[in-house]
Ligand binder design. Structure first.
Ligand SMILES: NC(=O)c1ccc[n+]([C@@H]2O[C@H](COP(=O)([O-])OP(=O)(O)OC[C@H]3O[C@@H](n4cnc5c(N)ncnc54)[C@H](O)[C@@H]3O)[C@@H](O)[C@H]2O)c1
Length: 296
């Protein structure tokens, strides 16, 4: 079990949407919460709403693409709220442009904010958790990471979100002895302002903030449009329930189970059948007598 009450939590991207929902639910369940966001005024607004409702929160500026910005944020949080044992690495940005139409800056941005952002924040806060003898890292991935063939025209985003899942699953093994658990939250449709606000999140080193809605092509819009979009405040208790019970995953749309099963059943069958057929014809590939070390 991971207790929420009495803990200090950090929520990156907590200034709006899913992160705002998580921050408010964490406070409602008795955690002190630091809302860390690239848009400081949004982080401060969420913190003041939590404080007005009787909770304890601070808003802090942070760009999760920059290790130095995370380090500054961490020292402010530690000073105000003490060591952090709950991390919600949730900040992210999206793109539905075709890969070869994207600028190098935009490809780098989407990979950095979604994948390196989670890596950077996790590495910054693990020492607090290891020193405390336990903690929990919950990263917001996506169904687009678990099922990268599901939503078309989403290449760097799907790659980054799939990377988060690998990060969380492998980290759980490494951190077992320290009592640190991990959860990958894979939203399958939550109503937020990302489509409208996304361009505002672009850090200076990737071209700086812009204006305008995210362009979503017809094929991607058709998949997205077939989903129900839940409200962030309705989803947050479900995510915290998974964290409390140290579950490795949260999937919020049970109807997506069919697609999940079909995708992985197809991969397993197609790949191992092909491998069996090849080995039936050619024999099993020769194993190296020295194991992993290739001695020529
Ligand atoms: N809404 C969905 O249906 C959905 C589906 C799958 C995954 N997600 C993921 O959920 C997470 C939250 O997104 P949301 O839908 O709530 O959108 P949102 O736009 O409401 O929230 C994103 C937040 O991240 C912040 N942010 C962006 N770049 C940042 C940076 N470099 N450093 C710090 N903060 C930064 C933004 O200011 C914003 O507050 C994202 O990781 C997103 O990819 C959302």
């Amino acid at each position: 079990m991971t207790d929420i009450k009495g803990r200090t939590a950090v929520v990156t991207g907590g200034g709006s949407g899913i992160g705002e929902g998580l921050a408010k639910e964490l406070a409602r369940q008795g955690a002190s919460v630091a809302i860390a966001d690239i848009i400081l005024e949004n982080a401060e607004k969420v913190a003041s709403e939590i404080n007005a409702a009787g909770g304890k929160a601070i808003g802090v500026h942070c760009d999760v693409c920059e290790r130095s910005s995370i380090a500054e944020m961490k020292s402010k949080v530690n000073e105000a709220l003490g060591p952090v044992t709950l991390l919600f690495a949730n900040a992210g940005a999206t793109s539905f442009d075709a890969l070869m139409d994207m600028s190098d800056d935009d490809v780098d941005w989407i990979l950095q904010v979604n994948l390196h952002g989670v890596m950077n924040t996790t590495r910054a806060f693990l020492p607090d958790m290891m020193a405390a003898g336990g903690g929990h890292v919950c990263a917001t991935a996506s169904m687009a990471g678990l099922l990268p063939g599901w939503i078309p025209v989403h290449v760097p985003y799907s790659a980054a979100k799939m990377g988060i899942i690998g990060l969380m699953m492998n980290l759980a093994i490494e951190m077992e002895e320290h009592g640190v658990h991990t959860t990958s939250y894979c939203p399958g449709g939550v109503a937020t302002g990302m489509k409208v606000n996304n361009a505002r999140y672009r850090p200076d080193r990737f071209g700086g903030p812009g204006e305008g809605e995210v362009h979503v092509g017809e094929d991607s819009a058709a998949v997205a449009g077939s989903q129900a979009f839940f409200r962030p405040e309705a989803i947050a208790p479900m995510v915290l329930d998974a964290v409390t019970n140290n579950r490795a995953f949260v999937f919020d749309h049970p109807e997506q189970r069919v697609h999940f099963r079909e995708t992985y059943a197809k991969i397993v069958e197609a790949c191992y059948n092909a491998s069996d057929n090849w080995q039936d014809q050619h024999g099993r590939p020769e194993a190296n007598p020295q194991g992993a070390m290739l001695v020529k």
